[in-house]
Design a protein around this ligand. Structure first.
Ligand code: F6P
Length: 562
């Protein structure tokens, strides 16, 4: 007989704690309350449930909460000791308990004089050295002083990485396009499907291309495969480059110097970061090199400053005014009490088009866990499914389900007021859609309103009655509106840090270690086994009939006949 699948008898006690039970009780009282009534009862609801932070406004008034709900949610955060854990994180305590590591992406953007210690070493000088190195290098590339082997400046930068070594800098480059260098383009290759790198390289010339191989571990199969293909393209290309020229065209970003050397990159061309920076929190480190080259180091630093300001806010504001805490606890409210399974990120700003993908990793790789810190089974929902797309496109695609589907899906609507484009009419149409959608989700449309509309439309009575139920909107769909004056590096830094801390707070409330990711290991191991079998044509491992059938089908139909 196979061993039991569920081996954890111990259960996390969270759902029996006083703050949780109080919320459960409260939920039963308020679960049917409609936001339209809450707005009617309180003309100052917007003023009371919105916060300005620098150039950002968070309006959380379109949520299914009242003062009591918020009070109880903050009690839960206090019971979970969010403040203590927060201070431990910022001070370099090893809160990543399964890997014995500190969690210090906040140190990367520490713009104060405060030292931060890991194992009795102040890490701030290390960070400053790396930032200086990034500045020197990015300045040279941007000014054309960094010359390739054929005597030409760099015009194309290709970042080869995946996950946190791709999504972060990629998202930042898109978000800050208005600050981009005029003559340097930045590309990102992540997929090991050879057509990704082929497509990219087909537009490029080895003489003017710089590759950044970004990998925290420098063991990631997809990244190393792409990096080797890039190296081969570089050396075999028409330009007659030699091994000696690699130093001018390949740099690495990693924590693993040995592996970087082994790949053939001179450690002098290596930009470092450290094991206390999680991959999905690494865009503030030298993983941000591609973005620093693209937008310039001053803008990169401004982004760090924006994040640092959000760090200060998170560390000092009382829960009632603390943006990440409020967002986190609203998420807990919907996930754990209303049973919401997903949450959507809906940017109304083309420059933020990659934000949903970025936050999918940040959130789901952090809080997609079913075992608590003490190794006990979580008997409550943890990380929600995070998804999203540009809101305006979503309106014409999936919003139907947000408005009239059977599920509760809390949403974050994100917009910037000053658009990148000069088309004022476009800007106002976009903003009106943003505003109208959150209003529609909240208000819905009653039977009376719907009937009146049908009557005004002059539809025959029997047809109108038939159509009526399909046109009613329940409403009461919660949304947060996050509005930014202009998508500057500073605002972007604050926005991302806000989400990082939201994820942190939720992880603490659910008693998770948000900073490991053991769930990605098994697939990697099985990939290696199957790769061995695909390459050798032999069967070495036991598989279920589905995997075996699929493997055989792949083998039979490969285009190399192998
Ligand atoms: O497999 C998941 C993961 O480890 C992520 O956590 C990480 O961001 C990504 O792979 C890339 O890892 P690396 O930077 O070490 O190549």
């Amino acid at each position: 007989m196979r061993p039991a699948r569920v081996i954890l008898n111990a259960k996390s006690p969270l759902i029996n704690t006083p703050a949780w039970l109080a919320l459960l009780d409260h939920y039963e009282r308020v679960k049917k309350d409609h936001m339209v009534d809450l707005f009617d009862q309180d003309p100052k609801r917007f003023e009371r449930y919105s916060i300005e932070f620098n150039d950002m406004l968070l309006d959380y008034s379109k949520n299914r909460v009242n003062d009591k709900t918020l009070e109880l949610l903050f009690d839960l955060a206090k019971q979970a000791k969010v403040e203590e854990w927060r201070d431990r994180m910022f001070s370099g305590d090893k809160i990543n308990n399964t890997e014995g590591r500190a969690v210090l992406h906040t140190a990367l953007r520490n713009r104060s004089d405060k030292p931060i210690f890991v194992d009795d070493e102040n890490v701030m000088p290390l960070i400053e050295t790396e930032l200086d190195k990034m500045r020197a290098f990015s300045d040279k590339v941007r000014s054309g002083q960094w010359i390739g082997y054929a005597g030409l400046p760099i015009t194309n930068v290709v970042n080869i990485g995946i996950g946190g070594s791709d999504l972060g800098p990629n998202m930042v480059c898109r978000a800050l396009e208005r600050y981009a260098h005029n003559n340097i383009r930045v590309h990102f290759v992540s997929n090991v499907d050879g057509s990704h790198i082929d497509q990219m390289l087909s537009h490029l010339r080895p003489e003017t291309t710089l590759f950044i191989v970004a990998s925290k571990t420098f063991t990631t199969q997809e990244t190393l495969t792409n990096a080797n293909t890039a190296k081969k393209w570089f050396l075999d290309g028409a330009g007659r480059a030699t091994e000696y020229d690699i130093a001018k065209h390949f740099v690495a970003v990693s924590t693993n110097e040995e592996a970087v050397k082994e790949f053939g990159i001179d450690p002098r061309n290596m930009f470092r970061f450290w094991d206390w920076v999680g991959g999905r929190y690494s865009l503030w480190s030298s993983v941000g090199l591609a973005s620093a080259i693209y937008v310039g180091m001053d803008n990169f630093i401004e982004m760090l400053e924006g994040a640092h300001e959000m760090d200060n806010h998170f560390q000092t504001a009382p829960f009632e005014e603390n943006i990440p805490v409020i967002l986190a606890m609203l998420g807990v409210w919907y996930g754990n009490f209303f049973g919401a399974e997903s949450s959507a990120i809906l940017p109304y700003d083309h420059s933020l088009r990659m934000l949903p993908a970025y936050l999918e990793q940040a959130d789901m790789e952090s809080n997609g866990k079913s075992v608590d810190r003490e190794g006990r089974q979580a008997t409550y929902s943890t990380g929600k499914i995070i998804w999203g797309a540009e809101g305006i496109n979503g309106q014409h695609a999936f919003y139907q389900l947000l408005h009239q589907g059977t599920r509760l899906i809390p949403t974050d609507f994100i917009a910037s007021v000053q658009s990148q484009s000069d088309h004022q009419n476009h800007r106002d149409i976009l903003a009106s859609n943003f505003l109208a959608q959150t209003e529609a989700l909240m208000r819905g449309r009653t039977i009376e309103e719907t009937r009146k509309q049908l009557e005004e439309g002059g539809i025959e009575l029997h047809k109108a009655e038939q159509r009526l139920p399909h046109m009613i909107f329940e409403g009461n769909q919660p949304s947060n509106s996050i509005v930014i004056k202009k998508m500057t590096p500073r605002a972007l830094g604050s926005l991302i840090a806000m989400y990082e801390h939201k994820i942190f707070v939720q992880g603490i409330v659910w008693n998770l270690n948000s900073y490991d990711q053991w769930g990605v290991e098994l697939g990697k191991k099985l990939t290696n086994n199957i790769l061995e079998e695909l390459e050798s044509g032999e069967n070495h491992y036991e598989h279920d009939s589905s995997t075996k059938g699929l493997l055989d089908w792949f083998r039979k139909n490969r285009n190399d006949g192998g």
